[in-house]
Ligand binder design. Sequence first.
Ligand code: NAP
Length: 248
Amino acid sequence: MFKRPPPLFNRCVACFASSVDGKITAPSNHTDPHAWVKLGTPADLERLFRLRDVADVLCFGASTFRAWASVRRGLTHQANPLANPPIHVLFTQSWAIDWHAPCFVEWQTHQQNWSPFFVASTNLPPADLPIEILSFLHPIHLDASHSPAQQLARVKDAVTPFLTPNTLSTWMLEGGGQLFDFFLQAQAVDELHLTLTPQLIGGYSTPSLVGGAGFTPSNWASVSWTSVEHHPPELFLVGDVVYPPNTN
Ligand SMILES: NC(=O)c1ccc[n+]([C@@H]2O[C@H](COP(=O)([O-])OP(=O)(O)OC[C@H]3O[C@@H](n4cnc5c(N)ncnc54)[C@H](OP(=O)(O)O)[C@@H]3O)[C@@H](O)[C@H]2O)c1
């Protein structure tokens, strides 16, 4: 019997840049395993910023945050750094986060006027989390026995009271590939905005667009492209994510 779950979010977009071989970053050298580079051109970055402008909630995995530990702003916010950025939701299991990163210094300074900063995890916050960080951080405790869809529903319930009532909100997944896998398991992403960059990067452990264990053919999601634009040397693609029937 075909059962289509109701959409988890009103609208959830994922935004990525990926090389021809599906990598979302590249090692800048072979000696430092943490030295990753950005792939896209400034035009790709502007594309990301424009999408952030229409997002109410930004979701990102801890590795993405560790690679880029700054406040995530849209194009209009770049001009006004004091303006309230979209709600941030950081996903981590380890809580191995640099709480002195520029992002938290800024958030602490503006916490009276800014939206909350959420951290979603199946683990409780560490006891030594700095008190000044706890003053504005909103932990969301996830149940590890729950499915990805149930866990994201829990995130949505925690965040919704902070969204403007009676308006349709846009959630945005900023990466990386591991968190995209989790969102795909939950069938949560509606729209993919992908910049296809021209490189062929390779590497067994270079993060790719979708991480995790991978989906078997009957569970593959696919993308139905609605827009393809050539912005040399990149392709700007937009598509609807189409999921297989949910037979659970
Ligand atoms: N090209 C692009 O568009 C793009 C976009 C985003 C990121 N990137 C790059 O991609 C790299 C990171 O990607 P990635 O795939 O390796 O990692 P990722 O998805 O950014 O982060 C993985 C980490 O997020 C946490 N996490 C993931 N799923 C979770 C869940 N369901 N619940 C709670 N926590 C969860 C865990 O954090 P802990 O380790 O703390 O437990 C996990 O190790 C970086 O180099 C970044 O710069 C590129």
